[in-house]
Design a protein around this ligand. Structure first.
Ligand code: ADP
Ligand code: ASP
Ligand code: MG
Length: 410
């Protein structure tokens, strides 16, 4: 007998028919003698619609109310999933975040999980009751509803797996695993059978939305057996139906570049004519960090005139209005504040990069051949990211995918 956490994403619960199909899968797990916790997302498109309602009132909304609104999609699917299971003779009940309770800090809109009390769920699992949990939502110490950031149901699932000491965490989605890049952008993308936590973490944080970054972080730290698989296929009889996310082992193929990610969720902010003096970076970035905004790529030029310089950085697009407001209110000496949303960040990821040279040069020359201008560059041991005009994003991903030999053979 195993304890399994199975998470179904938005497209996998897009309508009642799909919820019923997912319920069939869970029924089979139960019949095989397993204890199951199901984590569900909102039906696809619902969260976007809810975010749209909030944005139409104000882009600078009270995030506590935003969370009250956007968490509601998951409540519907949790109830429907419990009904679909009951119809099949499977004992099941839904648990809202506050009922568990699934506690988070009070960073509304992107809350972090602080504690999950799984006692009651554990007791019911032992009595063969399936627990259906809405992903994405939690409750703060002040008893307000919180959400975990877009794509957060993955993190709910992994955190539940940790709290319950589950044997497996299965992420059911609309692709049959993790690919070398988004298979919807590059049809030649290849499925990766096993990927290291480190590489998955980079790919996720750089835009491969197949798993939320935080979910990979937690799984890596706690050693959760995590796999990504398709909710539309039958896996019975197959050994490795999807992609396993595993600890890096010496026998893994060390590809130079294992994957390419594209993120369109960042915006570029430029401060022109900033005083070039000690402490300026702190003056610019501390108001942003106080507002809970994560700055990503940064470039600062050397002052040509010895006095002023330009500073460019990226922030999440959803935080752009808040970032501009924070910068305008802060006491920073600059001439002009500019922003642009039509940018995309393209990244190449691979543990093999550590021991090879010329990887970056190939990236830059491939983009140059396509006439694509690089606006900002950032690197780490196992990734290189560039910021380019959004219109060229797909072209860049395709060109790099083939330049690094990742295209599948026909
Ligand atoms: P869910 O609703 O199940 O959470 P998401 O839409 O959040 O699903 O994530 C799955 C999507 O992630 C896929 O449909 C695919 O377009 C996208 N994706 C991006 N990069 C990758 C990748 N490297 N491998 C697989 N899918 C990827
Ligand atoms: N429904 C939420 C979203 O669309 C959470 C999730 O699906 O993971 O972001
Ligand atoms: Mg998702």
């Amino acid at each position: 007998m195993s304890l399994i956490v199975a998470k179904f994403g938005g497209t996998s619960v897009a309508d009642v028919e799909r919820i019923e199909r997912a319920a069939e899968k869970i029924k089979r797990e139960v019949e095989a003698g397993n204890q199951v916790v199901v984590v569900v997302s909102a039906m696809s498109g619902v969260t976007n619609q809810l975010v749209g309602y909030c944005d139409s009132i104000s882009k600078l909304q009270d995030l506590r109310e935003y969370d009250t609104v956007v968490s509601s999609g998951e409540q519907i699917t949790a109830g429907l999933m419990a009904l679909a299971l009951q119809k099949r003779g499977v004992s099941a009940r839904s648990w809202l975040g506050w009922q568990i309770p699934f506690r988070t800090n009070d960073m509304h809109g992107k809350a972090r999980i602080t504690d999950i009390d799984a006692t009651e769920i554990q007791k019911r699992l032992a009595e063969n009751e399936v627990a259906v949990i809405p992903g994405f939502q939690g409750v703060t110490a002040r008893n307000r509803i919180s959400t975990l950031g877009r794509g957060g149901s993955d993190t709910s699932a992994v955190a539940m797996a940790v709290a319950l000491n589950a044997d497996r965490c299965d992420i059911y989605t609309d692709v049959d695993g993790v690919y070398t890049t988004d298979p919807r952008i590059v049809p030649a993308a290849r499925k990766i059978k096993k990927i290291s936590f480190e590489e998955m973490l980079e790919l996720a944080s750089l835009g491969a939305k197949v798993l939320q970054t935080r979910s990979v972080e937690i799984a890596m730290k706690k050693g959760v057996a995590l796999q990504v698989l398709s909710s539309f296929e039958d896996h019975i009889g197959s050994d490795i139906p999807g992609t396993l996310i595993v600890k890096e082992d010496k026998n893994m193929e060390e590809e130079l570049v294992s994957g390419i990610a594209c993120a369109r969720n960042e915006a570029k902010v430029t401060l022109l004519g900033v005083k070039d003096e000690p402490g300026i970076a702190s003056k610019v970035f501390s108001p942003l960090s106080k507002a809970g905004i994560n700055v990503d790529m940064i470039v600062q030029n050397i002052a040509a005139d010895g006095e002023t310089t330009d500073m460019t950085f990226t922030v999440p697009r959803t935080d752009l209005a808040r970032s501009l407001e924070a910068l305008e209110k802060a006491e920073i000496d600059y001439k002009e504040l500019r922003s642009a949303e039509d940018v995309a960040k393209i990244s190449i990821v691979g543990v093999g990069m550590i021991s090879h040279s010329g990887v970056a040069e190939k990236m830059f020359s491939t983009l140059a051949e396509k006439g694509i201008n690089i606006q900002v560059i950032s690197t780490s041991e196992i990734k290189i990211s560039v910021l380019i005009a959004e219109d060229y994003a797909e072209l860049a991903v395709r060109a790099l995918h083939s330049a690094y030999g990742l295209d599948k053979e026909d």
